[in-house]
Design a protein around this ligand. Sequence first.
Ligand SMILES: Cc1cc2nc3c(=O)[nH]c(=O)nc-3n(C[C@H](O)[C@H](O)[C@H](O)COP(=O)(O)O)c2cc1C
Length: 373
Amino acid sequence: MRALARRQQAHHLFPDISGAYSVMDLYSTARRVLFAMNPETAHAVTMANLDWIVHLGLHKLITHMPDDDPVTVMGVRFPNTVGLAAGMDKDGTRVSAFGGLGFGHVEIGTITPLAQPGNPKPRLFRLIPAQGVINRMGFNNEGVDQVLLNLRSADAFRLRGGVLGINIGKNAVTPIENALSDYEKCLDKVYDHADYIAVNISSPNTKNLRTLQGAGELDHLVAGITAKREALKAERGGKHVPIAVKLAPDLENDEILRCVDTLVSYGIDGVIATNTTINRKRVQGLEHAEETGGLSGAPLRERSTEVVRLIAEHVKGEIPIIASGGVMTGADAIEKLEAGAQLVQLFTGFIYNGPKLVADCVEALAAWRKSGR
Ligand SMILES: Cc1cc2nc3c(=O)[nH]c(=O)nc-3n(C[C@H](O)[C@H](O)[C@H](O)COP(=O)(O)O)c2cc1C
């Protein structure tokens, strides 16, 4: 009810019938300005201005804070079912500002042990007619030590009950055979600072990273990661920080289920389905479609949901699923929960549809959950 009143108030400020402004027009205008810039500049401008925009409450002209719709997943209480996917706030500098837009959780990263510049620019492309994005950023980040300092930006968010996920990966210079040691280094450093840790083995933009999803490789990696977690836990009087592993949508279905069986057998707490795709079937012929990298947004939605459903039907509740891939509307978010996910994450939908998408998804999912499915 309160949310509805606030929405009406916002419409009152910007009456559609006057023809002057509307809530949607305002984001359309901002988007026109941002889309006139190259995508990476638009991202930098957004990040540079987000704090003061949220601090002054200007975001309230286009969205509102949704009422809480709490859910416990991986043993953690999330204030609502919608989070920001990894890659938007790679260095953890704007966590509370994103929280102010209504996200219940914010996943920062992917971070690596050492700072690294990522791939040469240009490395980010919009596929506007398909509502998609292709990126080959390559884990550009300030490195785990600096990111932990940046995380003062998360204090206000976490005080309000917001959930911080830290997504970890390996440096480009680390040979793939030594990947485990990079994940261990990150685990060691982030363990006391994260509400959950996401292990990224599915980005297409770090050479050979996705081979870590192979049978022997995954077994070795997850055995090492869970052993490290047990050691950290023992040192901290039993404090358990959940770990989720993020998978690619491009694996064959039987490979996905084999990966999930491995995760369950080692006691991994969650699976994030999915990362971006290297498949270009849905964007053939569009400008930038042949750029190297991972495709996200609307063209990824169907496959990503299929993976969520495949996993959910296989694990029957044994491991929770965080859905990521192509959520552009509240209805898309419902599709993910209907397929068996417990949480959803946004990235490309946020770029195309703006901050209002967060409240739209939270409210659509709250209503869906209340309706008893
Ligand atoms: C520009 C960009 C950078 C990304 N960086 C990361 C990253 O560092 N780590 C990661 O796990 N996923 C990363 N992703 C993948 C997203 O977290 C998400 O899983 C994917 O984009 C699918 O969701 P979407 O269709 O809502 O965008 C990135 C995506 C984009 C578009």
